[in-house]
Design a protein around this ligand. Sequence first.
Ligand code: NAP
Length: 271
Amino acid sequence: MLKAGVIGWPLSHSLSPRLHMHWLKKYGIEGEYVAMPVAPEGLAEALSALRQRKFRGCNLTVPHKEKAVALMDSLDAAAKAIGAVNTIVVMSDGTLAGSNTDAYGFAENLRLHSLPHKRKAVVLGAGGAARAICHALLAEGFAEIALANRTLRKAETLAAHFGPACRVAGWQKRDEALEGASLLVNATSLGMTGNEPLDIDLSALPEDAVVCDIVYVPLETPLLAQAKRRGNPVVDGLGMLIHQAVPGFEAWFGVRPEADAAARAALLEGL
Ligand code: NAP
């Protein structure tokens, strides 16, 4: 039995087990993908136990992605550049190889939704997801990223990390930053069920700009509903979740799974 899973804290609403179990069933693979709730202080122990427990690897989610970097034996280029690991493969010699597929998942999903002109992107947030998204956007050739985050210091740190194409826009000035943008991404947790909605005035956003919310509970966030009403193309957060899971599944279970409508339907059942 091939085994993999996801490590996070808390893990109650992770959709990853549902997605990987859907693919295991679809491809007739004898395997399992389990949820492993692990508190922050238990990460190192949980990772070293993967080998003994005969796991092929795992995904990592909040709050472990950044701390895991120092616990890997090797890192791929994206994990190094982003400073976070979301996918781990236990290699045949027992070493742990860390990668980051969040940037890939974001870019791949956006590409399928007719990537806008690569002029200016506005990214809201400066947490782990925003970091991966900025990396993806620069790799995709966006000329400029305006980054707005509630905590200014975190936006400044991120902008400094990515260089002059990424500049800080004050959180209070997020409405004005939308002028001339071809893409708006919400990478904060605002709009998620149980959190406040994202308070933003879209008047300055060009009508052809794509609006993307990586929050996927609810699937249509207040931001996406607002953008739809004014005619902007919208991209919800489920596609990124599905695409980021593809490389891990392939590495653990030996089949590159399809990020198709059936995978999306399997996740929608869990929402
Ligand atoms: P994180 O590192 O904890 O960052 C959270 C971000 O949200 C920070 O920028 C934070 O600002 C901001 N924020 C939180 N509460 C806020 C408030 N009341 N007002 C303004 N800003 C607020 O989390 P993350 O890993 O980046 O994830 C962010 C969101 O993306 C989560 O909802 C997560 O579920 C979702 N996500 C989705 C996918 C996907 O595949 N679709 C992948 C990863 C993450 P401060 O810096 O000021 O605290």
